[in-house]
Design a protein around this ligand. Structure first.
Ligand SMILES: [Zn+2]
Ligand SMILES: [Zn+2]
Length: 214
């Protein structure tokens, strides 16, 4: 079970097509879990683990469905663009792919990012894809990176050299992680482009607590 509560991003209900599903938690709930269930951020599955367990419950139509390891809608889109299966995508490039906060680049390149904060980006254009460092402010302030940024990879690399692709991917991700700063307010890792050095905090905390001193 993941630690997250609330509506799960990218989990589109197969029953009604809405993105309004919350985690379904089994076992004897403690006080915290009861509170979260009261406020609709998790659903309680009861103490007996059924044989076929669902990971999510849709708040719109009440359908219990899915598995943590299922691809999200964005992951399915990425696997489709690369023309590989979900398991092959995860083996070479890892999981957690999403389009959130990323604008498509020039020349019809479609960008996806993974990691929290984003550590790796993949840009797909026709039969090729590139791996790049994500910059979350791409969309608003600057054009997306060009396809020329990294070596062009293909579906064949994902299928036949997954360890090699994974190595390139992890080199970019670990380099990016080293640039992260720690927010002294929420104490979460923060991407450098959303870190306000003068406040020692992330942009989110700076705007949320701007009036605290007055
Ligand atoms: Zn539904
Ligand atoms: Zn913060």
């Amino acid at each position: 079970m993941g630690g997250s509560v609330g509506v799960q991003a990218g989990r589109v209900c197969p029953g009604c097509g809405r993105e309004d599903s919350i985690p379904l938690v089994y076992g004897t709930p403690g006080a915290d879990l009861f509170e979260q269930a009261e406020s609709g951020r998790v659903a309680l599955g009861g103490c007996l683990m059924p044989e076929e367990t669902a990971a999510f419950v849709c708040r719109s139509c009440d359908l219990a469905w899915g598995n943590e390891s299922d691809p999200t809608a964005d992951e399915a889109t990425l696997a489709g663009l690369l023309d590989v299966g979900h398991a092959e995508l995860v083996r070479a490039l890892g999981a957690g792919w999403r389009r959130e906060g990323v604008a498509d680049g020039q020349d019809g390149v479609r960008w996806f990012v993974s990691g929290e904060p984003a550590q790796l980006a993949v840009g797909v254009q026709g039969p090729w894809f590139v791996l790049a460092r994500p910059l979350m402010s791409w969309g608003e302030h600057r054009p997306g990176p060009l396809m020329g940024d990294g070596p062009r990879l293909t579906r064949d690399d994902v299928l036949h050299q997954p360890h090699l692709v994974a190595e390139v991917a992890e080199a970019i991700a670990s380099h990016r992680r080293r640039s992260f700063r720690w927010c002294r307010t929420c104490r979460r890792a923060t991407a450098p482009e959303s870190f306000v050095a003068s406040e020692g905090s992330c942009e989110g905390c700076v705007s949320a607590f701007a009036d605290a001193g007055e």
